[in-house]
Ligand binder design. Structure first.
Ligand code: SAM
Length: 482
């Protein structure tokens, strides 16, 4: 909900008046900055399709329309809280601003690459990268703030992401021994002028932050370039309009790289208006290649403002002298199929034979985490987590986690409870569902079951019989309820 102060024309003029000369119609520009934008969601690439998701949302009374330039995404005009649907809790989609989809598209991560997301929290772009790699290989999601990274961990569990290591380290000093990356995303902290529709200009008025943040942005981008292998790609993005945080940062970094990195042109994206980077600002002239960067202006497309630059590191640039000390996961963790707890769950729930193939299990305190066997962990950074938590050890014995149940439970053939769509809301609200309202699939004994609706695994429950209680008890985590 926007703050009343958003409507203060004086504040808007103080923040945005300086961009008058850059836009054809200043009124159209400020109107677009303040206008509410439709929520945008993207469909999980293996759990559903955009059309199926649209149908599920329509059944919940939500109107959607395809994002013309991104085949997985839907706009939800008229929906203020897009995360309040069972399909969200089931990890069938993620909510992300439309403009925020552009940096990862231009990063173009591919299966087999090792990718660093230097400023990752809350993690929407990390999730896009993870799926672009087919949920295998390595994504390192770093942020300076552990608190903000908690949202990334939640998304990892809900979406069943297995190929991410989260670290909490100052990106400006990210350890060079962490290993080389084929691609690096620097989605930098910024004054966020482009997201005015969500908050208030008073926060963006000139203050100290505006003065010192370009130095941080430059240091983050320079570090990202050093961590990128020769011939690799770095994408720098912000959600601000300020040229000091955009073109000026790119200009300085390219000049310091002295020919070892260049700003690459961006191919047009049909259905999304992209404008070139500025050639000059307040008397400072930028290198011509800075215009290869792209700006999304709110009055030209239906998005918030964004700035994205693609920087390619010369294939002949000298590699960092610091040795690569990243560690392959297979040196640290056992084969998933040979992990006794997972083997037990595979048998108990009748999971598909190949479900754990080419994965390792990393023991992490009370948790077992599922990680693709081609993952390489970064060295020297402060680790928070690696992979998907699949089991948790308790005094009474290990339990499949909700994220584990949602990820592995699609192929379960035993101990399954199939819910009618009308009962799903009760499961997510942690209310019991009488057993005569559900379908039990090969439930040979009471106790833990995988709960599904159609093919979608929702998490875990317990079948309880006797004492007048023939019911499915929801084990859906309180923190995930919608
Ligand atoms: C624009 S947000 C990133 C959004 C994220 N990429 C996403 O798509 O969800 C910028 C992030 O940079 C983090 N940050 C700020 N200074 C940092 C630093 N020195 N090193 C690493 N992260 C930093 C902030 O905590 C914030 O989460």
């Amino acid at each position: 909900m926007r703050d009343e102060r958003t409507l203060d024309p004086g504040a808007i003029e103080r923040v945005f008046g300086r961009y008058r000369s850059l836009v054809s119609s200043y009124d159209a520009f400020t109107d677009a900055l303040l206008a509410p934008l439709p929520a945008v969601v993207w469909a999980h690439p293996t759990r559903t399709t955009r059309d199926e998701l649209a149908a599920h949302l329509a059944a919940d009374g939500v109107v959607s329309e395809p994002v013309p330039w991104e085949p997985s995404a839907l706009r939800l005009p008229g929906t203020e809280r897009p995360g309040l649907h069972w399909t969200y809790a089931a990890g069938l989609y993620h909510v992300q601003e439309e403009a925020s989809l552009v940096p990862v598209r231009l990063l173009d991560p591919r299966p087999g690459e090792r990718v660093l997301d230097l400023c990752a929290a809350p993690g929407g772009k990390t999730a896009r990268i993870a799926f672009a790699l087919n949920n295998r290989g390595t994504v390192v999601a770093n942020d300076r703030s552990a608190a903000r990274l908690a949202a990334t961990s939640a998304a990892i569990g809900r979406l069943g992401i297995r190929n991410v290591t989260c670290t909490v380290t100052d990106g400006m000093a990210y350890p060079l021994g962490a290993g080389r990356f084929d691609k690096v995303l620097v989605d930098a902290p910024c004054t966020a002028e482009g997201t005015m529709h969500k908050s208030s200009p008073w926060r963006r008025e000139p203050h100290d932050f505006r003065r010192w943040i370009p130095g941080v942005q430059r240091a983050l981008l320079e570090r990202g370039l050093r961590l990128c292998r020769p011939g690799g790609r770095v994408v720098y993005s912000t959600c601000t309009l300020a040229p000091e945080e955009n073109e000026a940062v790119i200009d300085a970094v390219i000049a310091a790289a002295a020919g070892r990195a260049r700003v690459a042109p961006v191919a047009p994206i049909e259905g999304l208006p992209l404008s070139p980077g500025l050639d000059a600002w307040e008397g400072q002239r930028f290198a011509p290649e800075v215009q290869h960067a792209v700006r999304l202006w709110p009055h030209l497309g239906r998005t918030s403002a964004f700035f994205v630059a693609v920087i390619e590191k010369d294939a002949d640039a000298p590699d960092e002298p610091t040795p690569d000390e990243s560690r392959p996961i297979d040196a640290l963790a056992i084969e998933a199929g040979a992990h006794p707890t997972l083997a037990r769950f595979q048998e108990a729930f009748g999971l598909a034979e190949d479900e754990l193939d080419r994965h390792r299990v990393l023991e992490w305190g009370r948790y077992a985490r599922l990680v693709p066997d081609d993952h390489r962990m970064p060295a020297h950074a402060r680790h928070v987590s690696t992979g998907l938590t699949v089991t948790r050890n308790r005094v009474r014995g290990p339990k499949l986690s909700t994220g584990g149940g949602m990820s592995l439970g699609r192929t379960a053939s035993r101990q399954v409870v199939q819910l009618d769509p009308s009962a799903v809301a009760r499961f997510h609200a942690r209310e019991p569902v009488p057993l005569d309202e559900v379908e039990l699939v090969d439930c040979a004994h009471d106790g833990y079951v995988v709960v599904r609706t159609g093919p979608h695994a929702l998490g875990l429950g317990r079948v309880v019989r006797g004492d007048g209680r023939d019911e499915l008890v929801s084990e859906f985590p309180k923190a995930w309820t919608i």
